[in-house]
Design a protein around this ligand. Structure first.
Ligand SMILES: *[C@@H]1O[C@H](CO)[C@@H](O)[C@H](O)[C@H]1NC(C)=O
Ligand SMILES: [Zn+2]
Length: 254
């Protein structure tokens, strides 16, 4: 048994009062002994994909009582958007279940998530104040489901230019291209997984520039894009993809 597992077990017993902050890559948490799991796992089914039971992928969740009811509702609404557009089903955790996600807040915990499924309790940090927003909930959940940032996609150089000279040195690795599985979906500037133009800027100048004329706007998504949803459906092989995306398009305008 690894120490990480023990640590996770320990905290599930302790009811998440104090979460040891993991090493962060941007807003992606990297567990010490499970570093290899942090690589883009969308391409394989080696274990960081949540398992499917029949037609659905059940992801048990726990929400810390440190959130107000209103904040809990925002988190629930974020999860429900997956329920409604994909085959992911967020179900309330009960203590007999081993693998689950746990939303928590601590002073200065920030917004972060692990990439793909971990083992045991898997924390998602949504600090009260800055992180309890619908789009952030969706963003961090997409990490937990195995998705990386849009601007690190394998084909990103055709769509954006990364201005490394303007990026804080210690954050530059957040912009390294990854060998992602793009699931035959186009590069999507409106993805909720796209960084904004000034992400990790050290000097107030842009760190990402869109190619194209006119250059598309990006990084301001207020919710998952249609492509974000299609990717979840493809990665988890949800059936009835058409119905889901049509449904989503309809609700977008309600
Ligand atoms: C998602 O769907 C499942 C199964 O239909 C339901 O039990 C669960 O409460 C739903 N989750 C949310 C967050 O609405
Ligand atoms: Zn992120």
């Amino acid at each position: 048994m690894t120490s990480t597992f023990l640590y996770l077990l320990f905290f599930s017993v302790m009811d998440v009062c104090l979460v040891k902050m993991p090493v962060l890559h941007g807003d992606i948490a990297v567990a010490d002994t499970t570093y290899k799991n942090a690589e883009p796992c969308t391409a394989t089914e080696k274990g960081c994909k949540w398992p499917k039971e029949g037609r659905y992928v059940y992801v048990p969740y726990y929400i810390s009582p440190d959130y107000t009811q209103e904040e809990q509702n925002i988190i629930i609404r974020g999860m429900r958007s997956f329920n409604q557009t994909t085959c992911i089903r967020f179900i309330p955790w009960n203590p007999s279940v081993r693998n689950y996600i746990s939303f928590f807040t601590q002073p200065n915990s920030g917004c972060w998530s692990y990439l793909g499924r971990q083992k045991g309790v898997q924390h998602i940090s949504l600090e009260r104040g800055g992180c309890v927003r619908y789009s952030t909930v969706q963003h961090e959940i997409l990490h937990a489901l195995g998705f990386n940032h849009e601007q690190v996609r394998s084909d990103r150089d055709r769509y954006v230019r990364i201005l490394f000279n303007n990026i804080k040195r210690k954050q530059q690795y957040n912009f390294q291209k990854k060998r992602t599985n793009n699931l035959e979906t186009p590069y999507d500037f409106s993805s909720v997984m796209h960084y904004n133009k000034y992400a990790f800027s050290k000097n107030g100048l842009p760190t990402i520039e869109a190619k194209g004329d006119p250059a598309p706007a990006f990084g301001n998504a207020r919710q998952m894009s249609t492509n974000d949803i299609i990717r979840v459906n493809k990665l988890y092989r949800c059936s009835k993809l058409k119905t889901y995306s049509t449904f989503y398009l309809l609700c977008e305008y309600v």
